[in-house]
Design a protein around this ligand. Structure first.
Ligand SMILES: NC(=O)c1ccc[n+]([C@@H]2O[C@H](COP(=O)([O-])OP(=O)(O)OC[C@H]3O[C@@H](n4cnc5c(N)ncnc54)[C@H](OP(=O)(O)O)[C@@H]3O)[C@@H](O)[C@H]2O)c1
Length: 222
């Protein structure tokens, strides 16, 4: 088993659309995965659901968000932007020395096809302000529709990874690849503003052209 497979991943809000899909993909790849929720019962149900899809042999547990964050090496946040600050405040004591991968897009309903970034610059930069020193923060998966994740088909959309250090970005790219996706190092966390904002552009394209999962792909690299 490689070092990376010894990692345990907590997916906070993993009962939802995006988080459950990511949990499915990482459990399928052999990682130990904790699905986190505000309600343990809900986390257990989601973990059972994913386990039934994948069969015996996967290591997947349901926990409270706090326990999931405490017991994992890497913590992935997949909650609506309206719950972003509150969720981070409630678990930040468990994040020291870990990597936080923020998947949150700062959508402001009802105009979700209009880019509306927070004062910090992006949701991921806001996350860094909340969790403080001693936590590496990366942003990833914002442009991957959940519709791609809960099955085994190839995904045409790439994942741009930004983050507070090169090492953290490299670790996150390993998770992207484990999920069966192509990841690119897109530079410092400040660049997450473009990638989070791109999601609103993709939502607008979906509406205009009758799709549900428009995506992006990096070209020109050999
Ligand atoms: N859906 C996509 O295709 C997609 C694609 C890219 C990025 N994203 C981003 O990923 C994040 C999650 O999206 P999603 O579609 O998976 O969302 P979702 O299904 O609506 O919610 C995810 C989970 O967040 C928790 N949650 C919901 N409301 C909350 C609240 N008020 N306070 C605390 N927790 C709350 C819930 O978990 P519990 O009730 O179990 O606590 C829920 O299952 C969002 O920021 C979204 O923009 C989504």
């Amino acid at each position: 088993m490689s070092d990376s497979l010894l990692l345990t991943i907590a997916v906070l809000g993993g009962t939802g659309k995006e988080g459950k899909g990511l949990a499915y993909r990482w459990a399928r790849a052999g990682y130990r995965v904790f699905i986190g929720s505000r309600a343990v019962e809900k986390a257990l149900l989601a973990a059972n659901e994913v386990r039934e899809m994948l069969g015996d042999g996967v290591i997947l547990e349901g926990k409270s968000n706090l326990e999931a964050a405490r017991d994992a090496n890497i913590v992935v946040l997949t909650v609506p932007y309206s719950a972003h600050r509150e969720t981070l405040e409630s678990i930040k004591a468990e994040l020291k020395g870990k990597i936080l991968v923020d998947v949150t897009v700062p959508l402001v309903p009802p105009k979700v096809a209009t880019v509306q970034m927070p004062a910090a610059g992006s949701a991921a930069q806001e996350a860094k302000q909340i969790v403080g020193e001693g936590v590496e923060v990366c942003a990833a998966f914002q442009n991957i529709s959940h519709e791609h994740l809960l099955d085994n088909t190839d995904v045409e959309c790439d994942v741009l990874v930004t983050g507070t250090s090169k090492d953290a970005r490299n670790e996150t790219i390993k998770l992207v690849e484990a999920a069966g996706l192509k990841g690119w190092d897109a530079g410092p966390l400040e660049n997450s503003v473009v990638i989070e904002g791109m999601t609103s552009v993709l939502i607008g394209i979906n509406k205009k052209y009758g799709s549900t999962h428009a995506g992006i792909k990096i070209t020109g690299i050999h």
